[in-house]
Design a protein around this ligand. Structure first.
Ligand code: HEM
Length: 640
C-alpha cells in the first residue's frame, strides 16, 4: 500500500520530520486518496491520526502514541476499546430483548424499583473520594456523549427526535412515583457515539464506542490528549510552567477571554471565570473542576522546586519531568490510597494490582495494547450511588457555612472564584461525608442530575440505558466471567445478593438471563474486605491490571524511558492526597492524614507540617554546573 507521508513542522520547535497518517480504527497507514475521502466526508478528526516516528528512548507522549512500539497508534485517542465479553444486540443493533422476545423493562422503571432514593452520610468516606474518582474517570473518557444530548440534540423527546437515529430518550412510566405528578413523560438522551456513527466504520457492523481521551492514565484532564491543545492552552514555555492567572490572590488555570465559553451556568455579572484548559474537564462537573485546579497548581509547584534545585534545566526538561512526577503522584494516590480504601488493600495485593513492597514493580507485557475495556467506565457509573447530591462548604475551623446542589455547579466554573467559595469547597471536600454505600441514590442525581441544564434527568436511568446500547451481555454472564461458576436460576444469586433483593429482580425480570448488568451491580453484595459490589471490584481490578501491564511508561517501572531512580520512586511513595491539599488547596493548614476517610479519633486533623511529602532533592542533577550550564546527557522527550 502506498503510504502517505506529510512533511511536518513541529508546532513551535522548527523541527521537521515525516509523519504517517493512520486509520484510528484499524491502526493501518492510509493513502493520500483515503485521506482526501475523509476530508470530503468530514471524518478526518475522528477516523485518522498522525503518527510521528517513535523513538524507543523518548518519554510518554501527550497524544499517547508510541506507548506500544509494535502498535504505535494504539494508546492514542479515538482508538478502539476491548471487551470482556462479546456484545449482544437485537436487530439493527438495538438493545437486546428478553429471552422470551419481549422488550426489557424500561430503564427508569428498573431504577425506581431497584434503588431507593434518599441521602444518608457515609460513616467512612469523604466527598474527596468522589472528586478523585471523577478525575480518574475523566482521564480515560470524554464528555461528548453527554454534550451530545444536552447541547447538540436537546430535542429527542420532541417530534423531531423520532426521525433522528441518534435519539434514544428514556420513557417515563405513567405510574412513575415522581413524574405521575408532572407532565414530564420522557427524558432526553442520545445513543453513545461509535466508530460507526461518526463514519469511520461501516454501519452494518456492531457499534464500537469512540472516545477522545487516551486510554492510559496520563493526567490528561490536566495536560490534554494532543500536543496542539497542550501548546495552545497549557504550556507557558517558561520554567516548565503551565500558564496561570492570579485572581483574588489565588492561582487559577488560564481563562477564556472571549464571550464564547462553555460555562453556561455562570451567574453574570459576578461569576465570570471559565477555564481555557487543554481538556473540557476543567469546566465540567464540580468535583473534576476542583481537582483540575489542584493538580494544575501542583504541576507548577513541582517544576518550581525542580528549577530551584537544578537551575541548568531548560523549560522542556522541567515541563516533562514535572509532568511525569504529577502523573506518578496521581497514580500513587489512586493505586495505594484511594482504591485500597474502596476495594480492600489485601484484595488488591492478593490479586497483584498493587505490591506490598515499596521498590520498583515491572509487569510490562508488550503484547498487551494500552486500552480500556468498554465495561470499565460503565461499572464506574455505579459510584453515582455514593455521590452526595449537594456540595457542602466549611470554613477552615470546620464550621458549616452553606451548601448547593452539586448539579447546579456543572459548567459553572465562575462560582468557584467568587466569595472565597473555592476555599470553602476545598474544606468541604475532606470534611463532608460521601453518601452512604447503601443501595440508595441521592434524589439530586436521580431526578435532576443536570440541574438547570435539563428539566429532569435521572443519571442512573441513563447509566442502565446507555449500557444497553453498548450491547452488554446479561448480568449473570459477567458474574460467571468474574467468579468462574455458573448461575442457572434466580436463587443461585444468593451467593452475591440478599434474598430480598433477588425477589425484587424476580418480580421485574422474566428470566435470570434478562437481568441487566447495571441492575445487578446496584443490588449486589460488596466484595469481602472492600466497599464495592463484587462485579464492580472484578471489572475495576481487571482494568487496573491491564493498565499496569500494558502501559510502557507506568511510573513503577525501572526500565522505561526517563525512569525514576529508586530514591525518586521512594519519594513518590510518600505522597498522600492530604499532602497535595496542604500544598495546593486554599486555606488548608490542617487536614486528616487519610483524607479520603472521615475525620475521627483514629484519623484526627493534624497540622500540615506533620504530613510527610516529597523531597525533590532526589531529582538533583549533579551535571548542573554552578554557572547554570548543563553537562549531562540530553533529555529524551520530543515535543510530540
Ligand atoms: C463518584 C463520583 C462520580 C463518578 C466516579 C462518576 C463517573 C461517571 C462515569 C464513568 C460516567 C460515564 C461516562 C462515559 O461513559 O462516558 C458518568 C456519566 C455521567 N455523570 Fe458521573 N460520576 C460521578 C459523579 C457525578 C456527579 C457529581 C455528577 C453531576 C451531578 C455526574 C454527572 C454525570 C452525568 C450527567 C453523566 C452522563 C450520563 C449519561 O451518560 O448520559 N457524575 N459518570
Amino acid at each position: 500500500m502506498f503510504v502517505f507521508f506529510i512533511q511536518y513542522t513541529s508546532f513551535f520547535a522548527a523541527v521537521s520530520s515525516s509523519v504517517i497518517v493512520f486509520d484510528t480504527y484499524t491502526a493501518t497507514p492510509i493513502t493520500l486518496e483515503e485521506l482526501k475521502q475523509h476530508d470530503k466526508r468530514n471524518t478526518t478528526f475522528w477516523c485518522t491520526s498522525q503518527l510521528y516516528p517513535c523513538n524507543p528512548y523518548e518519554g510518554r507522549r501527550v497524544d499517547g502514541s508510541c506507548n506500544n512500539l509494535r502498535y504505535p497508534t494504539r494508546g492514542m485517542s479515538h482508538t478502539p476499546q476491548y471487551r470482556l465479553l462479546s456484545p449482544v444486540f437485537d436487530k439493527d443493533f438495538e438493545p437486546r430483548r428478553s429471552k422470551s422476545g419481549n422488550s426489557l423493562p424500561l430503564p427508569r422503571f428498573l431504577r425506581k424499583h431497584l434503588l431507593l432514593e434518599g441521602y444518608i452520610s457515609d460513616r467512612k468516606f469523604t466527598q474527596l473520594t468522589s472528586h478523585i474518582l471523577l478525575l480518574m474517570s475523566g482521564d480515560v473518557l470524554s464528555f461528548h456523549d453527554t454534550v451530545n444530548y444536552v447541547l447538540w440534540k436537546p430535542y429527542c423527546c420532541k417530534p423531531k427526535g423520532k426521525s433522528d437515529r441518534a435519539c434514544t430518550p428514556n420513557k417515563i412510566p405513567d405510574d412513575d412515583p415522581v413524574h405521575r405528578f408532572s407532565n414530564i413523560r420522557c427524558m432526553n438522551m442520545t445513543r453513545p457515539e461509535s466508530f460507526q456513527s461518526v463514519g469511520c466504520v461501516r454501519q452494518d457492523t456492531y457499534p464500537e464506542r469512540i472516545i477522545t481521551a487516551t486510554p492510559t492514565f496520563d493526567a490528561s484532564t490536566i495536560y490534554g490528549n494532543s500536543i496542539r491543545n497542550l501548546f495552545e492552552k497549557g504550556r507557558k514555555f517558561e520554567g516548565g510552567l503551565l500558564k496561570y492567572e492570579v485572581e483574588g490572590g489565588k492561582i487559577w488555570p488560564p481563562s477564556v477571554k472571549t464571550a464564547a465559553s462553555v460555562c453556561f451556568l455562570n451567574q453574570k455579572p459576578h461569576e465570570t471565570r471559565c477555564h481555557d484548559a487543554p481538556e473540557d474537564g476543567a469546566n465540567s462537573v464540580a468535583g473534576v473542576n476542583l481537582a483540575v485546579i489542584w493538580f494544575w497548581r501542583l504541576h507548577n509547584r513541582v517544576v518550581t522546586e525542580l528549577a530551584r534545585i537544578n537551575p541548568c534545566w531548560d523549560d522542556d526538561r522541567l515541563f516533562y519531568i514535572g509532568r511525569d512526577i504529577v502523573i506518578a503522584i496521581q497514580m500513587q494516590i489512586v493505586m495505594y490510597e484511594l482504591l485500597p480504601a474502596l476495594l480492600g488493600k489485601q484484595n488488591m495485593v492478593s490479586d497483584g494490582v498493587i505490591s506490598s513492597n515499596l521498590g520498583f514493580r515491572d509487569l510490562y507485557n508488550e503484547n498487551l495494547i494500552p486500552q480500556i475495556s468498554v465495561e470499565y467506565p460503565s461499572v464506574l457509573r455505579w459510584f453515582h450511588t455514593i455521590q452526595s447530591g449537594s456540595m457542602k462548604m466549611y470554613d477552615a475551623q470546620g464550621y458549616f457555612l452553606k451548601q448547593i446542589p452539586i448539579a447546579n455547579l456543572t459548567l459553572r466554573t465562575g462560582y468557584f472564584a467568587v466569595d472565597n467559595n473555592i476555599d470553602y469547597m476545598t474544606q468541604g471536600s475532606f470534611r463532608q461525608a460521601s453518601a452512604r454505600f447503601d443501595y440508595a441514590v441521592d434524589p439530586e442525581l436521580g431526578e435532576s442530575g443536570l440541574g438547570p441544564h435539563q428539566r429532569a434527568l435521572d443519571i442512573l436511568t441513563n447509566d442502565l440505558s446507555k449500557n444497553r446500547y453498548f450491547g452488554f451481555q446479561p448480568y449473570v454472564k459477567y458474574l460467571e466471567f468474574c467468579l468462574g461458576r455458573s448461575f442457572m436460576k434466580f436463587e443461585d444469586l444468593e451467593y452475591v445478593m440478599d434474598p430480598e433483593r433477588i425477589e425484587m429482580l424476580e418480580e421485574i425480570y422474566e428470566n435470570l438471563e434478562d437481568v441487566d448488568l447495571q441492575a445487578g451491580l446496584w443490588i449486589e453484595k460488596f466484595v469481602k474486605g472492600g466497599h464495592v459490589p463484587v462485579t464492580v471490584y472484578c471489572i475495576m481490578v481487571e482494568q487496573m491490571l491491564r493498565t499496569v501491564s500494558s502501559d510502557r511508561h507506568w511510573y513503577e517501572r525501572p526500565n522505561r524511558p526517563n525512569a525514576f531512580t529508586l530514591q525518586q520512586l521512594l519519594e513518590i511513595r510518600k505522597i498522600s492526597i492530604a499532602r497535595v491539599l496542604c500544598d495546593v488547596g486554599d486555606s488548608v493548614t490542617h487536614i486528616q492524614r487519610r483524607a479520603f476517610l472521615r475525620i475521627g479519633p483514629s484519623n484526627p486533623l493534624c497540622g500540615c507540617n506533620e504530613i510527610e511529602g516529597i523531597d525533590f532533592w532526589a531529582w538533583e542533577d549533579s551535571t548542573c554546573s554552578n554557572d547554570g550550564s548543563h553537562n549531562g546527557p540530553d533529555f529524551k522527550q520530543k515535543n510530540q
